[in-house]
Design a protein around this ligand. Structure first.
Ligand code: DUC
Ligand code: ZN
Ligand code: ZN
Length: 468
């Protein structure tokens, strides 16, 4: 073999088939060797105290997404990908969100303009379909799927995004023809509307009331409805950001029947509860935790863990959707202090997703390293058509690697994070096990708190179809 560029020696490595101490050889940005030989290389790195895993793939993040007239998302592509890299990720999948009336192609072009030259790590877009016109369904989606946009999200709630049942079924039908994967935001519009109006009339307007106006039953009903529509059309479905036991039970029910339903959950559903939305004393502090679906209770956290442990969930994503807290164009937008309805929905989390699952899951012996890798990297790669280029340490794959120090203990602190938000909902959470280096296609991009490459090494990836 020609000289390797780099040999990473003796780390504890999770490969496709086993977990053990191996040497990883890198040549031209790809993994060129995996084994125990001591080959020649320009650079040799001793990783014997570290765990070396495939770079994280966060398949559910929102970046620079229009969020209403007077609201600005806290991250652009530069800050989001920087923050993601520091959190051990080498690929993110943000959404290109269609605004009603807009051509999907134009929407995608706009996001490319924002991302181009501003990516620390690799990036690929899902589409959000808010306006399934005959032109979108008949021409734009087929053309975009050919160009590698092979997944899209639809919403069952929000005034500007909601699709009715007929529209959902029509989109599902097109997905079937194109073999693309549909992601569903499952919360029922009409029940949320009824409950929010009722709570507002009763003067219950603090940020906390975001949670009881979107209770688990609202998510459970929509999850069941989406699954039923998918069953009628006969397509696989991805239920995103599952928050609690009730929706999870619908997914288990469907899987037991042999219906192809996949699902993801997120850090907020194992670390936060709806009590966090109460803030200090039912005050505006609770807005820091407003996201949809909202965090639930301790029982639901346990249920979510059971799904992470037993394999029900395929993916652990962040649903990073950052707004600044002390900002009139963020959580504190006009009207937000008069009703929970106006508080922007979403919390930051791309940098803390993997440390949280490592610490709460691996360090506390709830899941092993193999399952950690599946949930945070391999399954996202397979689900969204990037495997085996991404998501695995294997000869021929991109040399996207994260080095973990399993013994490093540190509390999560806003001061240490790189996102554009001015707070983290996980402030003070003690973490055991941090990513200390991130490598993108053979380049060390992050090393113990320092960024070691330029901010434009990331590439846009067009994707294959899901191989799940
Ligand atoms: N859905 C998301 O996926 N992210 C943030 C807000 C929302 O409703
Ligand atoms: Zn959503
Ligand atoms: Zn989201």
């Amino acid at each position: 073999m020609n000289n390797l560029d780099t040999l990473i020696e003796n780390g504890l490595v999770v490969t496709e088939n086993e977990t053990g101490h191996f040497n990883i050889g890198i040549k031209d940005g790809k993994i060129a060797y995996l084994g125990d030989e001591n080959l020649n290389a320009e650079f040799k790195i001793n990783a014997s105290d570290l765990i070396v895993l495939p770079g994280g793939i966060d398949p559910h993040v929102h970046v620079d997404q229009p969020s209403g007239d007077d609201v600005i998302m806290a991250d652009n592509f530069q800050s989001a990908t920087k923050s993601a890299a520091a959190g051990g990720n080498t690929t993110i999948l943000p959404f290109a969100m269609q605004i009603k009336g807009q051509s999907l192609r134009k929407c995608v072009e706009d996001y490319h303009k924002k991302a181009q030259g501003n990516m620390y790590i690799d990036t690929s877009f899902h589409l959000i379909i808010s306006d399934p016109t005959p032109q979108v369904l008949g021409q734009e989606l087929p053309a975009l799927s050919k160009d590698g946009y092979t997944s899209f999200k639809v919403f069952m709630t929000y005034d500007d995004l909601v699709l009715n049942d007929k529209e959902l079924i029509e989109v599902f039908d097109v997905a079937k023809q194109l073999k693309t994967l549909v992601m569903v935001h499952a919360e029922g519009y009409d029940s949320i509307k009824y409950l929010s109006d009722k709570f507002e009339k009763e003067g219950k307007t603090a940020p906390y009331y975001h949670a009881p106006t979107r209770p688990q039953i609202v998510e459970r009903e929509a999850t069941h409805r989406a699954i039923s529509h998918a069953q009628i059309v006969d397509i696989p479905l991805m239920i995103v950001h599952v928050s609690g036991e009730e929706a999870l039970n619908q997914i288990r029910w469907a899987k037991d029947k042999g219906i192809k339903v996949f699902s993801e959950t997120c850090p907020q559903y194992i670390c936060l509860t709806e009590d966090d939305l109460k803030g200090l004393n039912m005050d505006f502090e609770g807005a820091k935790y407003v996201c949809s679906p909202p965090p639930r209770d301790k029982n639901s956290q346990e249920a979510i863990w059971s799904g992470l442990i037993d394999g029900t969930f395929e993916i652990f994503s962040s649903d990073h959707c950052p707004f600044r807290f002390k900002d009139k164009q963020g959580k504190d937008r006009p009207g937000a202090r008069t009703s929970f309805k106006w508080v922007p929905n979403g919390i930051p989390g791309v940098e803390t997703r993997m440390p949280i699952l490592f610490s709460e899951g691996v360090s506390k012996n709830k899941i092993d390293l193999k399952r950690f890798v599946e949930l945070t990297s391999t399954n996202p790669a397979k689900m969204y058509g990037m495997y085996p280029q991404k998501g695995v340490i294997k000869v021929g794959s991109d040399a996207d690697l994260t080095f973990w120090d399993p013994n490093l203990k540190k509390k999560i602190s806003q001061n240490d994070l790189h996102h554009g938000s001015d707070y983290t909902p996980y402030e003070g959470l003690e973490i055991t096990g941090w990513p200390v280096q991130t490598w993108l296609r053979g380049n060390k991009i992050f090393d113990n708190g320092e960024f070691t490459t330029a901010n434009n090494l990331g590439k846009y990836m067009s994707r294959d179809f899901s191989s799940f």
